[in-house]
Write a protein that binds this ligand. Structure first.
Ligand SMILES: Nc1ncnc2c1ncn2[C@@H]1O[C@H](COP(=O)(O)OP(=O)(O)OP(=O)(O)O)[C@@H](O)[C@H]1O
Ligand SMILES: [Mg+2]
Length: 309
């Protein structure tokens, strides 16, 4: 797959502000869904804003579809749609008019059939003559997406599209994003919901303090950092772990009733059989056994030192 976005050594220092981006380089492939994760203030919105031409970088280059965003900004911008983090809508404007107007802002000629299709795909068609002020928060987000799609962009940026959106609507938004991808639109989204990245993204990038810490295919990330935890409930409390059981990854809960064992799912021998054998040999009864796969959330917290939102 070819790169539709090429970011090279991009840095941004705001006037009197922090170094919001620190030499970030990445490529986004055409047709993929890329999720950017990172704690508050990590630089996600700054990165998106630069690519979309809303913030001027301090150094570095960005190309969209081969067009440099500074020297060839018109062509670059035409390829991009942005759903901003903050909801900003003209309160008394009607939905369809707002979307058509945005299309005009991109210099695209009117195309009522396309606007109708966008509104229908976002289940906004029935609301087309409603003023945006009268819409619920979730519907307002849909209008933002419709506006961002009004000029048929090839790349769609969604800056925390589902913040403050209920579970039902979040799932619907995911569906919308998947449909877009099916049509060949490249999607870059930022999110604080790890579940969202896990569920949606082909690749995940983690940004912290302006640096891109990693950028990897989601399954690979889950697999690589994928550890499992085995919990063994005992039928009576132990004062301490028997010496023969002590080892890396093994711990006894403070009440002595639970042994937890962290192990690597990729290891050929996990040592679980030996562990259970040792317990049986000591006459320690087991009430229950459970395993749990570490989630992307844990992977993420590990990377950014537990300060994520
Ligand atoms: N216009 C600005 N002027 C000065 N500093 C700014 C400006 N915009 C952002 N910053 C700072 O740059 C850093 C990165 O901010 P940014 O909004 O890109 O983070 P973010 O990852 O999008 O965070 P969040 O998850 O909270 O949206 C922060 O320290 C922020 O305070
Ligand atoms: Mg942000």
């Amino acid at each position: 797959m070819t790169a539709i976005i090429e970011v090279e050594r991009l840095s941004k220092r705001y006037a009197k502000g922090p170094l919001a981006l620190d030499e970030v380089s990445l490529e986004v492939r055409e047709g993929e869904i890329l999720a950017l994760l990172g704690p508050n203030g990590a630089g996600k919105t700054t990165l998106i804003s630069i690519i979309c031409g809303l913030v001027v970088p301090t150094s570095g280059t960005v190309r969209v579809g081969g067009h440099d965003i500074r020297t060839d900004w018109r062509a670059a911008r035409r390829m991009i749609g942005l759903v901003p983090q903050e909801i900003a809508l003209e309160p008394f404007e009607k939905v369809a008019a707002a979307v058509a107007f945005t299309r005009g802002l991109y210099g695209a000629p009117p195309d009522p059939a396309w606007i109708e299709r966008v509104l229908k795909s976002l289940t906004l068609w029935d609301k087309r003559d409603t003023i945006t002020k009268a819409l619920s928060g979730g519907m307002k987000r849909r209008v933002l997406i419709a506006k961002a799609l009004s000029h048929r962009p090839r790349v769609l940026f969604l800056d925390e599209p589902t913040a403050g959106v209920d579970v039902q609507l979040r799932r619907e938004m995911w569906e919308v994003v998947r449909e877009l991808r099916a049509e060949g639109v490249t999607v870059i989204l930022t999110t604080h919901y790890l579940e969202e990245a896990e569920e949606m993204a082909d690749r995940v990038g983690v940004i912290d303090k302006g640096r891109l810490l990693l950028l990897r295919p989601t399954p690979e990330l889950m697999g690589e950092f994928g550890r499992k935890q085995l919990t063994i409930e005992l039928d009576r409390p132990l004062a301490a772990l028997p010496d023969a059981l002590a080892g890396p990854g093994l711990a006894l809960s403070p009440d002595g009733l639970r042994i937890t064992y962290d192990y690597d799912t990729r290891a050929g021998r996990t040592g679980i059989a030996r562990l259970l054998g040792e317990l049986a040999a000591r006459g320690i009864g087991v009430r229950d056994v459970a395993t749990r796969q570490s989630s992307l959330e844990e992977v993420f917290l590990n990377l950014v030192g537990g300060q994520a939102a």
